[in-house]
Design a protein around this ligand. Structure first.
Ligand SMILES: Cc1cc2nc3c(=O)[nH]c(=O)nc-3n(C[C@H](O)[C@H](O)[C@H](O)COP(=O)(O)OP(=O)(O)OC[C@H]3O[C@@H](n4cnc5c(N)ncnc54)[C@H](O)[C@@H]3O)c2cc1C
Length: 490
């Protein structure tokens, strides 16, 4: 039998004799509400908002509820993107337009999996989209990882961006050398924040507490360490260029690491070629007069160390904190992006007081009933349709893994939205009305959960902007959920 879809309701009614139809309609009028597909999205980062935007744009009636575990929306746009990249955060304007639609509602302070389960959402909505990102970090899995002075990039980034769970991190910046493990854009964000003069950060939305700690920081040297070579770095040219021109810092690159690369990049894709050319120029060419003067007087420095894999965090003599890191020297097997680093047997010790591990984010399973691929850290899916679970979809980092920028996330979220609309129109989603938020609101109320709406967020937003104005910055982020609830009169 062909699946019944909510769109077939009028046909179902038409098959009844006129009297029955009248009786039915007099008892339970065929309301517009019943023809409204109820969709719920879990997570209010770029994936959640772009999926919602696509759904609202391509269907005239459906309603979207976005559930978010934090009191505030926007995911990594708020808690990940570096404070000195305000232009990236402009996507918030588009997300705000979506949230203000009268067919969309934002419900913050609701952690799916704890306050309400995915099966409960599946019961209340025609379709559920999981867009809850990648919130864990990949552990290094080496001895000494637990020592004070070792942090994940995720926690460090959360700290300077006001993520409530990291606001008390208080990293010890009294050492002169920091090592960042990993060579992606997040690693460069962390290096840049560590080395940027605080007066440049004062005009950003970085939290006051982290700015205070960065003002006291003694860190002068940052090593950015990768297992593989210059042809495999994962950062992009914009972020590298920012490092090369960072006021008060000079790059330390070993020319020998770049020997012979010029010939090997001739046929590489353009972004990789341009990136490698910039690395090559920085490592091997004499800088211009202005740059040379800048580098000569720079009190801070950063460097890239290639072919080094972390083996052990070395403790201080009293065993109380980090004093360095032991790196295994590696060589490459294979070529290009797919080349593998294998140890040569040599090791090198690099003294440092801070180790920031930036080897990737990781999604976690949200509910035992939902398929999850622990190896790839994603929900198995075909074009956003969760494999084996009709009516369940995913988008963003939990769909394709924790790589790619907001633009990439936008494209894949639009594809998920497209798949959902196709299924809706093809009659593949449950027929008949679904209660949507009405049921979930009652459930949450019975569990003592107090969701916050988008207009609540707009009050907090206004408060942050007003506090920022006093401090001469775009906003002063609220980081304490209790204070936020108090401000909302809860
Ligand atoms: C440090 C860092 C810096 C970055 N900088 C840039 C940049 O400058 N430019 C750029 O284009 N891209 C940048 N990116 C990439 C960009 O942030 C991602 O592509 C994008 O945020 C992924 O979107 P997402 O919605 O899948 O995940 P997220 O943005 O992580 O959103 C997931 C949302 O789900 C919520 N959530 C999680 N679990 C639950 C739950 N159980 N219940 C309810 N809600 C839940 C989270 O709180 C979060 O709000 C950066 C990424 C990082 C990590």
């Amino acid at each position: 039998m062909a699946p019944r879809c909510w769109r077939h309701w009028p046909a179902w009614l038409r098959t009844r004799p006129p009297l029955a139809r009248n009786l039915l309609s007099s008892r339970r009028p065929f309301s517009t509400q019943e023809r409204i597909p109820q969709i719920c999205v879990v997570g209010s980062g770029p994936a959640g908002f772009y999926t919602a935007q696509h759904l609202l744009k391509h269907h005239p009636r459906l309603h979207v509820d976005i559930f978010e575990k934090h009191l505030v929306p926007f995911g990594l746009v708020r808690f990940g993107v570096a404070p000195d990249h305000p232009e990236v955060k402009n996507v918030i304007h588009t997300f705000t337009e979506t949230a203000r639609s009268d067919r969309c509602a934002f419900w913050g302070n609701v952690m799916v999996g704890r306050d309400v389960t995915v099966p409960e959402l599946q019961g209340a909505y025609h379709a559920v989209v999981l867009s809850y990102g990648a919130e864990d970090h990949q552990p290094l899995g080496i001895p000494g990882e637990e020592l004070p002075g070792v942090l994940s990039a995720r926690a460090f980034v959360g700290w300077y961006n006001g993520l409530p769970e990291n606001r008390e991190l208080a990293p010890d910046l009294s050492c002169d050398t920091a090592v960042i493990l990993g060579q992606g854009n997040v690693a460069l964000d962390v290096a840049r924040v560590l080395l940027t003069y605080p007066q440049y950060l004062e005009q950003t939305d970085i939290t006051e507490a982290s700015l205070g700690a960065l003002r006291q920081s003694q860190v002068k040297m940052v090593w950015i360490v990768g297992r593989r070579g210059p042809l495999q770095v994962a950062f992009t040219i914009k972020e590298l260029r920012e490092m090369v021109h960072l006021p008060g810092s000079r790059p330390i690159l070993e020319p020998a690491d770049f020997l012979g690369l010029q010939d090997r990049i001739k046929d590489a894709p353009r972004p990789r070629r341009r990136l490698t050319e910039l690395l090559l120029r920085t490592a091997t060419e004499m800088p211009g007069l202005e740059e040379a003067a800048h580098w000569a007087s720079a009190p801070r420095a950063w460097g890239l160390r290639f072919f080094r894999s972390p083996q052990q965090v070395l403790p201080s003599p009293d065993g109380q904190r980090t004093a360095g890191i032991r790196l295994a020297v590696t060589k490459l097997e294979g070529v290009g992006e797919a080349a593998r680093a294998v140890p040569t047997g040599d090791v090198e010790d690099l003294p440092c007081g801070l180790v920031v591990s930036s080897v990737g984010y990781k999604s976690r399973p949200i509910d035992p009933s939902i398929p999850f691929d622990p190896r790839r850290g994603i929900i198995p899916n075909k074009e956003g349709r969760v494999v084996g679970v009709p009516g369940l979809y995913c988008s963003g980092w939990v769909k394709r893994g924790p790589t790619g920028v907001i633009g990439t996330t936008m494209n894949d979220s639009f594809l998920t939205g497209q798949a959902l609309i196709q299924d809706l129109q093809g009659g593949l989603l449950p027929s008949g009305p679904r209660p949507g938020y009405t049921t979930i609101e009652a459930l949450l109320g019975s569990r003592g959960v107090q969701p916050v709406s988008f207009s609540d967020w707009e009050k907090l937003d206004a408060e942050e902007v007003s506090r920022g104005q006093h401090a001469g910055k775009p906003r002063e982020k609220l980081t304490d959920p209790q204070e936020m609830l108090r401000l909302l009169g809860r």
